[in-house]
Design a protein around this ligand. Structure first.
Ligand code: MN
Length: 287
């Protein structure tokens, strides 16, 4: 087994420092997973919290999973949902959706989580937007810890979350060396959120992505200390993607149209009931 380790890039999103593990140069997707931001840990106080104003998406699903704290999701479908650790928010953009991610107003303490994007395939990417909240997800006992199936299925245990292509996303809560069966037709990657693990002798810590590729039927994780690890996997995504800002598309023309709709605030993306200011888009670099 060979693993390719790359460093995440630090960015600021909504007042929080995030470590962006995907996309990477030369590594844009893992299955249909096309974006991964590990946010926090950071303090939520009366004056500071998650503050991501209304912004648009198309052609992707957003998956939100918290290790600590609470956040409030609002979208142009009218959804308003507080999310806590152990729960999953999944928003499908299809042709157009807008959302905001806010502090709840009541919660004080640490906020830490991950936001992932899944590229939608041709069959659904121009379809309707949707939002799901799952208060409970299936858990599997492992030899060295516990896994929660966020999306997809593992060993016959399926998450109730919608997915449009064959993929899996799991949270691994590990205390000691762990073996996990994999699907040889999937490609996989690991993102460590807490602690320290090693695969094939390569150390993985927060702020790195370990890419495992395809053709593996088992994962052997050495666990140096109590660790939380996100495992992403999926059938290699065959469609060529064009990603710009919050849009996943297939051509510049599609992105130009989405950009113009958001700039002009026409009817396409709808309205989010948020007191935060709209996040403006910069023009695409080719304009
Ligand atoms: Mn978003």
């Amino acid at each position: 087994m060979s693993i390719e380790v790359s460093d995440s890039r630090e960015q600021t999103v909504g007042g929080f420092t995030v470590r962006r593990a995907l996309p990477r140069r030369g590594r844009r997707t893992v299955g249909a997973w096309c974006f991964a931001d590990h946010m926090g840990p950071a303090d939520v106080t009366e004056g500071s919290g998650l503050d991501v104003g209304p912004h648009p998406h198309m052609g992707l699903q957003t998956v939100t999973w918290l290790l600590d704290g609470q956040a409030l999701h609002k979208d142009s479908l009218g959804s308003e949902q507080v999310i806590s650790p152990g729960q999953l928010n999944l928003m499908t953009a299809g042709n157009a959706v807008a959302h905001a991610e806010e502090a709840t107003g009541q919660y004080r303490g640490t906020l830490e989580g991950i936001q992932l994007w899944i590229a939608q395939p041709e069959a659904t990417r121009n379809g309707a937007a949707a939002f799901e909240h799952h208060a409970e997800l299936p858990q599997v006992e492992l030899d060295g810890g516990m896994a929660t199936v966020l999306v997809g299925e593992h060993e016959g245990l399926a998450s109730p979350a919608r997915h449009d292509t064959p993929l899996v996303g799991m949270d691994l809560d590990l205390r000691q060396r762990t073996h996990l069966p994999l699907r040889a037709d999937f490609e996989y990657a690991l993102i460590v959120m807490r602690g320290s693990v090693a695969v094939s002798g390569e150390k993985l810590v927060p702020g790195t992505l370990g890419h495992l590729g395809t053709g593996l039927d088992e994962l052997d994780v050495e666990v140096a200390e109590a660790s939380r690890v996100i495992l992403l996997g999926g059938e290699p995504f065959g469609e060529p993607l064009m990603m710009w800002w919050n849009f996943v598309a297939r051509s510049r023309a599609e992105i130009d149209a989405a950009y113009a709709s958001w700039r002009d605030q026409d009817d396409r993306f709808g309205t989010v009931r948020s007191s935060l200011p709209l996040i403006p888009a910069d023009p695409p670099f080719w304009q």
